[in-house]
Design a binder for this molecule. Structure first.
Ligand SMILES: N[C@@H](CCC(=O)N[C@@H](CS)C(=O)NCC(=O)O)C(=O)O
Length: 211
């Protein structure tokens, strides 16, 4: 099995977090020569995106949430999928909320990290979307040690990479983002201190510094 991934992508980073946490022997590789829109890659994944998980059978699975669930089905131990239905619903919400409500705000705002490249209207709308999404995440956090319950789950795989990007935005734009939401802030302070989370965060940061 191999995972096509790029270090900065929060979607690819979700899957790397699962792979590291579960200790899976899955090769993590960059997009092939020719890139994501090459004929060779598009024949694997017509969306031309990372992450893409290629199985030994040759089947290729796109979409981070689908890949995370697949890894839980095939490698159930250690589990990152809450077993209780309410907890699982909440974990899945933490994958859906950033995907739907941020409306790409972290990518847009990182793209405009240089003040000379900023379009104020675009920044304003992206900040509004970002804050809406953050407030929804804060709402569904319950103050437990991890996003859902007392152990890491697919919810943390989803939240940590995107919150890492948001945390960088706090310094780039000199404004509190995560810090405005007490439950979210407490979650983030604890999440940052975990070694596996920190490894993926460092991979993202190193890629951003190279850009
Ligand atoms: N919904 C997808 C989003 C994946 C995605 O947007 N990946 C970006 C990298 S962050 C990508 O491959 N972009 C290249 C493109 O769309 O052309 C998922 O959850 O995996």
């Amino acid at each position: 099995m191999k995972l096509y991934s790029v270090p900065l992508s929060p979607f690819a980073a979700r899957v790397r977090l699962s792979i590291y946490r579960k200790g899976l022997d899955i090769a993590i590789v960059p997009p092939p020569a020719g890139g994501l829109k090459s004929d060779a890659f598009l024949s694997l994944n017509p969306m031309g995106q990372v992450p893409t998980l290629v199985l030994d059978s040759g089947m290729a699975i796109p979409e981070s949430a689908t890949i995370l669930e697949y890894l839980e089905d095939v490698f159930p131990t250690p589990t990152l999928r809450p077993t209780q239905a309410d907890a699982l619903a909440r974990a899945r919400l933490f994958l859906r909320i950033p995907d739907i409500h941020f409306q790409n705000a972290p990518r847009i705002l990182i793209g405009m990290r240089n003040p000379a490249d900023r379009k104020e209207e675009v920044v304003k709308t992206a900040m509004e979307n970002l804050n809406k999404g953050l407030s929804y995440i804060d709402h569904y956090l319950s103050g437990e040690a991890w996003a859902v319950g007392g152990q890491p789950s697919i919810a943390d795989c989803a939240l940590v990479p995107v919150l890492n990007a948001v945390s960088l935005l706090e310094s780039i734009y000199s404004q509190p983002l995560i810090g405005q939401y007490p439950k979210l802030d407490a979650y983030w302070q604890a999440a940052k201190a975990d070694a596996i989370n920190a490894k993926v965060m460092a991979e993202q940061l190193a890629a951003l510094q190279k850009m």
